[in-house]
Design a binder for this molecule. Structure first.
Ligand code: 4AD
Ligand code: MG
Length: 452
């Protein structure tokens, strides 16, 4: 059975015979033998192979190996005299599984730009940086489940096809049937779309099971070609019954700190790569987030801060505006220099389900803003009062009959409840230091682009 390189480098079974598989990164020949660097994706590090001319296919095959070829190699693990590695594998068998024509293989030894690699979403995970992103993303996903499961939250699989528009921003992809292009009206009896958020369905389960979460893909047909927007992205959405806005904010802060601590402990090698090549000081930044309390400010205070800053923004500041990324970043990067929770936004710029505050103008909303990223979490306490919810729905022009199931949750055993949505890719961006969100999802979907 093959051994993953990650495990070999950890356990170092010196003197044992092992089988490894992977792809050739480099080959270097010296008199009578060759050094091969093999990567199998299990970790950033390559395994060095010593292959000599006693191998029967040394001249015919081993000496032809080029970057990208796939191989199975058996041999004895020995201590390495060379600097920069503890062990090396002395090959007794090198099987070439698949060749890769060096004339056409696009991933050459030199460093490629991320823009170039984006055109090669089928090959880019073979590079150091994108491989590291994939491993960090996987660990973060695991850690999200661990965080909630440790706290007794129950995972709910909310639907991908839905007939409810949670955010009401007209950003739903419509679902049609077959070639006809008919909206799914004929199939489901009413128009359906791809979900923009699993929140409304998560609320159903929260009002039965207490603390729940959903973690799945979401879709938004917004025409935003920015470094922080995708048309398909993953969201983590906890929903808690008997929980107010303060409890919601506390969970968000605990969760972010938990995830950052976990990734620094379990992905040291990959994180060191990002710290060195992608964002200098990244690890210090993450440690700083874990150590400090998040700052808190109300929307109204935030607007006052922006107005009195004397700074000229492209988008003019005034109470009631939807804060733009330049405003959010000014507050978190220049004023507070740490994660910032903004609460109590004007009701006019937030969806119908948020709980109306006593002032009658603002809602119990909270956004978490991170330096360098801007908004990473959006959440709220939900409107649990039947009449208040109904009148906000009517105000928002929502067909109340369509959402009678949602109103039922307020009709029968309603409770104060809260939740939020954490954009998974924005989290991976923050953790890896990648400047563009297209690098932190395997197959990015953006306006005009969906290869593979
Ligand atoms: O603030 P949003 O729109 O909140 C909701 O959808 C709520 N229903 C969540 C809830 O309360 N359960 O989105 C939540 C987060 C944002 O803060 C952002 O991190 C991310 O989702 N996000 C996107 N990420 C990538 N590309 C996009 N187009 C995104 N839109 C939102
Ligand atoms: Mg938001």
């Amino acid at each position: 059975m093959k051994t993953r390189i990650h495990k070999l480098l950890k356990d170092k079974p010196i003197g044992q015979n092992v089988l490894v598989t992977g792809w050739v990164r480099t080959r270097r020949d010296t008199g009578g033998f060759s050094f091969l660097d093999i990567n199998d994706g299990s970790c950033l590090a390559n395994l060095q192979i010593i292959a000599d001319d006693k191998l029967k296919n040394y001249n015919t095959e081993v000496k032809q190996l080029s970057t990208g070829c796939s191989v199975r190699i058996e041999g004895e693990l020995k201590e390495s005299p060379a600097k920069g590695q503890d062990v090396e594998l002395h090959a007794t068998m090198v099987e070439v599984v698949g060749t890769a024509d060096p004339e056409t293989y696009p991933l050459q030894k030199k460093r490629h730009s991320f823009e170039f690699l984006r055109e090669l979403s089928h090959l880019r995970p073979r590079t150091n940086a994108l491989g590291a992103v994939a491993r960090v993303r996987s660990r973060l996903g695991f850690s999200v489940h661990q965080f909630f499961q440790e706290r007794g939250f129950i995972q709910v699989h909310t639907p991908i096809i839905t007939t409810s528009d949670c955010e009401g921003a007209g950003e739903m992809f419509q679902v049609t049937t077959g070639q006809s292009g008919n909206v799914a009206e004929h199939f489901f009896g009413k128009p359906a779309g791809l979900t923009v958020s699993g929140q409304l369905q998560a609320e159903v389960y929260a009002l039965a099971l207490g603390d729940v979460y959903t973690f799945g893909p979401t879709f938004r047909a917004e025409n935003s070609n920015t470094s922080r927007h995708l048309a398909e992205f993953w969201m983590i959405e906890p929903e808690m019954a008997f929980c107010d806005l303060a409890g919601n904010i506390q969970l968000a802060e605990e969760m972010l700190k938990y995830l950052l601590t976990d990734i620094m402990t379990h992905c040291e090698e990959d994180m060191a790569l990002f710290d060195k090549f992608i964002e200098k000081g990244l690890l210090k930044k993450l440690a700083g987030v874990v150590e400090q309390d998040f700052a808190r400010i109300s929307y109204t205070e935030a607007i006052d801060r922006l107005l009195s800053s004397g700074k000229k923004f492209d988008f003019p500041v005034q109470w009631g505006i939807d804060m733009q990324s330049e405003h959010e970043r000014y507050l978190s990067e220049e004023v507070f220099k740490r994660p910032l929770v903004v609460t109590d936004y004007p009701s006019g710029i937030k969806p119908f389900y948020m709980r109306l505050n006593d002032d009658g103008k603002t809602v119990a909303a909270m956004d978490v803003l991170l330096p360098g990223i801007g908004e990473i979490i959006g959440g709220s306490q939900r409107e649990e009062r039947f009449d208040a919810l109904k009148s906000r729905m009517v105000e928002a022009g929502i067909e109340v009959e369509q959402y009678s199931w949602y109103l039922d949750l307020r009709r029968y055993g309603s409770v104060p409840h809260s939740g939020f949505g954490l954009g998974f890719e924005r989290l991976v961006q923050f953790v890896t230091g990648m400047t563009n969100i297209r690098e932190v999802i395997p197959f990015p979907r953006t306006p005009g682009s969906a290869p593979c």
